[in-house]
Design a protein around this ligand. Sequence first.
Ligand code: GLY
Length: 403
Amino acid sequence: MKNFTKVVYFVSVLDLLFSGCQTGNHRANGSYELIKSQLKLLAVNFKVAKTLTTRKDVVTIRSLNSDGTLNLIPSKDWCSGFYAGSLWYGSILTGDTELQKLAVEFTTPLEQEKLNGKTHDMGFKMMCSYGQGYHLTKDSVYRDILIQSAKTLTKRFNEKVGAFRSWDHSKDKWQFPVIIDNMMNLELLFWASRQTGDQQYYNIAVKHAETTLANHFRADNSSYHVIDYDSITGKVLQKTTHQGFSDSSAWARGQAWGLYGYTMCYRETGIVSFLYQAEKIAAFILNHPNLPADKIPYWDFDAPEASVRPRDVSAAAITASALLELAQFSPSKKDFYIKSAETILKSLNKDYLSKPGENKGFLLGHSTGSYPQHVEVDVPINYADYYYLEALVRQNNFNHLKK
Ligand code: GLY
């Protein structure tokens, strides 16, 4: 783990040097302390809740239930890697070694997922936990686990469709569903290709991105949530939603996954059609008439005006992180992307950040997991915290590069 000390030292020095450049108010109001204390509080609350539950398989936390209790989850849940990832990012931001210890503690129980071929969510689970851990520590055990995870994920690729199958559930509804979220799992394959020298990981990741580009997007560059394919002929059978307002609506988090996914695919491949798609998605999101002034979207861009129209803070956090990366690739739009990301982060810091001790230790409130299913509506969710912290890390690095 020796490299970790170097990374933390480097980032801490950057923090000291460039604290004056911070555009959000997170440093001014001392919220790096808040990040530390909230992340630790969540670990304490998890440990207490684990002693009170009869469920033996829970390894981490996902969100707050509507009664304010912690939603505990097993490693197979698609969200199992985010809290571990937040701890890794928290340790980078603050240099706190206790957070690093906790990161290891919450990463380790996910190992068995490396052989779980029943889900496309391998990237979410393993890159956010083991991937961040490997990035910092260069621990070869983490590397081996990640390579096995990538190998397992390849089994879900269908040559005829040219994509990875997303879900195995709801076989009565879809034959071969591919969701826009699946773009996020490709990063693991690009990483595995570089690590092993095996071009096949790269090829199938690119193919998935190309198939998604061909079929998921509408003329206005918003995306459908679910495309259902015929697994024998590869033809598109239907274009639908699962978590959006309607089949033809723009589900907020789906747009954010697309933006992040194509930005990452351009970083990994240099294929310009991926960059153009990311820019088009950014334009759709940032110029949308229904995007509130604070740039925290409602849960769906087409959700009707109503007395209750929840926001989705997670979509905003993912978007902020993606824009800070996209800004590096788009010189002519760089300022617009950075300003937009800064507006999002300022809004999150001002109106959505927990006060000390609030929300059992989650950092951000007001995310919406799945409005149509009445699941996790307007609550703290771990992936919002993860992408928020990633955006802060990227903002720090960006400010360093500017100098
Ligand atoms: N990947 C599932 C979601 O974004 O809710």
